[in-house]
Design a protein around this ligand. Sequence first.
Ligand SMILES: Cc1ncc(COP(=O)(O)O)c(C=O)c1O
Length: 289
Amino acid sequence: MNAPIAHFNGKLLPLDQISISPLDRGFIFGDGVYEVIPVYAGTPLRAREHFERLQRSMDEIRLTNPHTVVEWMKLTEELLRHHPGDQAVYIQVTRGAPQKRDHVIPKGLQPTVFMMSNPMTTPSREAVENGVACVTSRDFRWEKCHVKSTSLLGNVLARQISADAGATETILFRDGHLTEASSSNVFVVKKGAVAAPPRDNLILMGITYDLVMQLAREGAVKLETRPVTEAEVRAADEIWLSSSTKEVLAVTTLDGKPVGPGKPGPIFRRMHQLYQEHKAKAAKAKVAA
Ligand SMILES: Cc1ncc(COP(=O)(O)O)c(C=O)c1O
């Protein structure tokens, strides 16, 4: 089988013909940022918002963006010509490859740009209808979780805790409060009201998290952002995960105990329906809505 086409520093190439320097700071230090954009029937969802977040991540790590949003959109379009259907586009920009290894950020280095696209697997019907299992852990990551950095060891180790337990995600607590999960944001529902942790440096500001907020406003679902305690999570009627590839997904067991009655709740089902309607409308309109 031919290797899929990917983008590397301005060129479209088969993935197996791309190689990077071992001195690339992405490889040596995890010194880079990334994005994952969901694509439905060839139409990227919220592409502009993803590229704006990429810009914010670059600003945080003092990396000059090699492309404008318009250029990024064009590169994405070019790549997608080789990848029809439902896709997840991955974009990574590292600080580049200097002559030697040194923690200090070198000046004038050309960033390394890599983009690939893979068929997107959204949650199965079974997962949507029955919900998924999650476990919990202390949030042992750094204090710049709002940066979508390729330095993902903390997230990798957090995710492995749930993988080892046969669960879908690891929900994280820092100082007695909910932050997020290893690769998703988390919402809780109590007595019909949804709550999510506030946007700060301790969580990634998910593009899906923002979309859920918008859909809640439009669909008259009560939702507030505020600190959420660990006790509230454990006593919640519903818990949801959100991410670009998980969309919105109900958590029905937490650390082996049922969440509420142990099946996806009514507010989840409403939000899931709003999400599906939104994405179908966006794909049909052929706009990155
Ligand atoms: C740590 C973390 N939080 C939240 C999210 C959800 O972000 P988004 O909705 O933009 O996919 C992700 C996505 O990968 C993530 O890695």
